[in-house]
Design a protein around this ligand. Structure first.
Ligand code: ADP
Length: 144
């Protein structure tokens, strides 16, 4: 039985989220588990993709985090898991590092992750998924 399941969500990728929903639901129903959803706001590339060259133009970190968390809370509703079983997290950093860090903190006994973006057909595993599979201390369910 799983007590703590970690589901990392890329909030900019709704297709990936859709893929993992049935698997998260199955595990959350079978097991009396807490399901932790995590979104990571990439620290640097994120700003540059927005073309925000000057620090004055950077949105406040706290605002970004709140915005990401509220988007994540919206996305999580589609999983239809009882609220008391759900916990959401939004942090900044490198996705793979933050996923592995939270897995440790919550003592995850299962991580459910999508393999890669659908358009990246040549990839076996995306860079974050690959690092999580390689370094996680618990089983990882890779949805593809
Ligand atoms: P790709 O490079 O094709 O996007 P990734 O390895 O980054 O592949 O993505 C695979 C999975 O990794 C996603 O489905 C998600 O579970 C997780 N992931 C990727 N980016 C993030 C992020 N910013 N926050 C949380 N999870 C993420």
């Amino acid at each position: 039985m799983y007590r703590s399941i970690l589901v990392p969500i890329d909030i900019s990728e709704s297709e990936l989220t859709r893929q993992v929903i049935p698997y998260v639901q199955a595990h959350a129903v079978i097991n009396i588990a807490k399901v932790h959803f995590l979104t990571v706001i990439p620290s640097h590339p994120y700003y540059s993709t927005l073309g925000l060259a000057y620090s004055a133009a950077l949105p406040k970190l706290k605002d970004l985090q709140e915005e990401a968390l509220s988007r994540l809370n919206e996305i999580v509703k589609a999983f239809k898991i009882p609220m008391e079983k759900v916990q959401t997290h939004a942090v900044t950093g490198t996705p793979k590092d933050q996923i592995l860090k939270l897995a440790d903190t919550i003592q995850a006994d299962l991580i459910i992750i999508a393999s890669h973006r659908p358009d990246m057909t040549t990839y076996l595993l995306g860079s974050n998924a690959a690092a999580v599979v390689r370094h996680a201390k618990c089983p990882v369910l890779v949805v593809r």
